[in-house]
Design a protein around this ligand. Sequence first.
Ligand SMILES: Nc1nc(C(F)(F)F)ncc1COP(=O)(O)OP(=O)(O)O
Ligand SMILES: [Mg+2]
Length: 220
Amino acid sequence: MRVTAARMRELLKVYFILGSNNCRKNPLEVIAEAIEGGITLFQYREKGSGALVGEEKVKLARAIQELCQQHRIPFIVNDDIELALALNADGVHIGQEDAPAAVVREKIGDKILGVSVHTREQAYEAIRQGADYLGIGPIFATTTKEDAKEAAGTTLIKALREDGLTVPIVGIGGITPDNARVVMAAGADGVSVITAISLADSPVQSTRKLYQAVHSQPEG
Ligand SMILES: Nc1nc(C(F)(F)F)ncc1COP(=O)(O)OP(=O)(O)O
Ligand SMILES: [Mg+2]
């Protein structure tokens, strides 16, 4: 059965995304530290310059999925629906350039479906087509996603909440332990990060700080 909104909101709290090209160390070591630090959800996003392809990508995906399963962290695959189905992943994340959400929903059954949205219309359409959560960003400037749009701040998150929309929302793009509270105060249910953890001197410490930031009371 489909994930409930309440459960989805819990999972989105500290949502770590990683591909082998986002870190200098062995991705499995970085993910083990992130899990120790308290991430609540993991997404495998093998994309951009230097990304693995073919059998190497599948092998790494399987190894990461096993690590996540050992610690009961749901394992989400970005873009690659076939890989997600082959691994029986817990869900997929798609963007506006990927297949339509309704087509993906049909393929994945009750698995978790996340959709990146940049406008109100895209948000309402994604929900209509069966999204379990929305990814909104980039909130702050990012260097990780090579084709990222301009930093949009929390305007769209606030607008959707002012519309009375209660769908689970995660913010993404340039989020760190220092600015995570702003994203939560705008009405996000959690934060999604790559670099703040993947290139941290201590991924476990950085994850702990993010965890504390998203669980702290709103400022002011
Ligand atoms: N992978 C992602 N995960 C999220 C999540 F919500 F999970 F934090 N939001 C946004 C993205 C961006 O996904 P990407 O495949 O790089 O770009 P596009 O959206 O253009 O397909
Ligand atoms: Mg995508």
